[in-house]
Design a protein around this ligand. Structure first.
Ligand SMILES: *Cc1c(COP(=O)(O)O)cnc(C)c1O
Length: 398
């Protein structure tokens, strides 16, 4: 059995150890929710202050030019690109993941007008499937089929998450992309739960979407991103044809005329304050060796699974190669168990109906944290501390 001293020794040898000091983490807690909202990069507050006081405060409307605000969707997109295996000019940042999904699916359907089936995963994070349902309803005449049906020969577009938000199971991106495209359909990947946790490569896909507030640590409400394969840049249409995707936004022409390249997928005025925090987060990622992030992520999640043992039913794949950077367990009283755990400083989250979810962000979580989290979890279960009445009442955000 691994003991705490062994974990401290692993922390001392960890090549990513120094990154922990670049994040603000409250004393006395183990934060295993970086897969929902990443921790605050230490210099983000100063970066946001600069945008507020120096740029907005002093440059006022001139900031659109002098501070580069108008180009943020493109400049931040170029900085995000290496994290998903893409190149410059292939990623646009802004809006939210749900909106990027709408754009990607709508564009894919227009590229395959003869096909009338959209595939998505009913077990995936609901917004993905909801957006597909909304779009299908708007257009009329579309069938929405579950990915599990496994049939793509009559399909226009397939939307799938690389890592499942609930189970942490990881799909094989290259083989699914190839299978979907060989069937004549377009592949759209959602990398919300993989980007920043492992080496992601969606460059062969037709489209990809993701958020930046989970493992990427860009803060609550941070801009999302959309990748469009260059083979579609000249032909794919952005149905959310806002003025920022226009070829000449300041010509104020009566008709929409798409910009060249990825810029046609920009929609509207960038969320400048949120972009400032994203820029700060990306300053960190520029120095991160992603192969080491993945190696440590697999080690942390495997350690946690070993330490918890058979005290809980494992929902995530046992093989580290087949999962993301999270571990999920099932417990019929999962909600009060998680509340009891949080009360003791170990922060995970709960996903209905019965899943306890623990995310391991390798930049700021260490081996001793994993040890402490598992020890506390085992104590909550052994002593049935979760039976306390205080933990029965559901909070709004779980
Ligand atoms: C987190 C997440 C989202 C978030 O969507 P928003 O539009 O930012 O609220 C969407 N899809 C998946 C798979 C996610 O994990």
């Amino acid at each position: 059995m691994t003991d705490r001293d062994h974990c401290l020794a692993l922390d001392a040898d960890d090549p990513l150890r120094a990154f922990r000091d670049e994040f603000v983490l409250p004393e006395g807690i183990v934060y295993l929710v970086g897969n929902s909202l990443g921790a605050l990069p230490r210099h983000a507050a100063e970066r946001v202050r600069r945008t507020v006081e120096d740029e907005w405060g002093r440059q006022l409307v001139g900031g659109w030019n002098s501070a580069g605000w108008f180009d943020q969707p493109i400049t931040a997109g170029d900085r995000l690109a290496p994290l998903i295996g893409a190149g410059p000019g292939q990623v646009v940042a802004g809006n939210t993941t749900s909106i990027a999904i709408f754009q990607a699916v709508a564009a894919a359907l227009r590229l395959r007008p003869e096909r009338r089936v959209i595939v998505s995963d009913v077990r995936a994070f609901p917004t993905d499937h909801y957006m597909v349902q909304g779009l299908a309803g708007l257009l009329g005449g579309y069938e929405v089929r579950d990915f599990a049906a496994g049939r793509f020969d009559d399909v226009a577009a397939v939307l799938l998450s690389e890592v499942d938000y609930r189970t942490g199971a990881r799909h094989d991106v290259p083989s699914i992309t190839a299978r979907v495209q060989e069937a004549g359909a377009l592949m759209i990947w959602d990398v919300c739960h993989s980007v920043g946790a492992m080496e992601v490569d969606v460059s062969a896909a037709d489209f990809a979407v993701g958020c930046t507030y989970k493992y990427l640590n860009a803060g609550p409400g941070a801009p999302a991103f959309l990748y469009v394969h260059p083979r579609h840049h000249a032909t794919a249409q952005n149905v959310l044809s806002g003025w920022c995707g226009h070829a000449a936004p300041f010509a104020f022409e009566p008709d929409f005329r798409p910009a060249e390249g990825i810029r046609r997928f920009a929609v509207s005025t960038p969320h400048v304050l949120s972009f400032a925090a994203l820029e700060a987060a990306l300053d960190v990622w520029e120095r991160v060796p992603m192969d080491q992030v993945r190696a440590k992520s697999m080690a942390l999640t495997s350690l946690f699974i070993d330490l918890v043992g058979d005290a809980l039913e494992l929902v995530s794949p046992a093989d580290p190669a087949a999962r993301g950077s999270q571990v999920s367990f099932r417990h019929p009283d999962g909600y009060p168990v998680m509340r009891a755990l949080i009360d003791r400083g170990v922060h995970g989250d709960f996903r209905a109906p019965d899943v306890l979810r623990f995310g391991f962000a390798p930049l700021y979580i260490g081996y001793a944290d994993v040890y402490d989290a598992a020890a506390t979890l085992l104590e909550v279960l052994d002593k049935e501390l979760w039976r306390d009445e205080r933990y029965a009442h559901r909070l709004t955000v779980t």
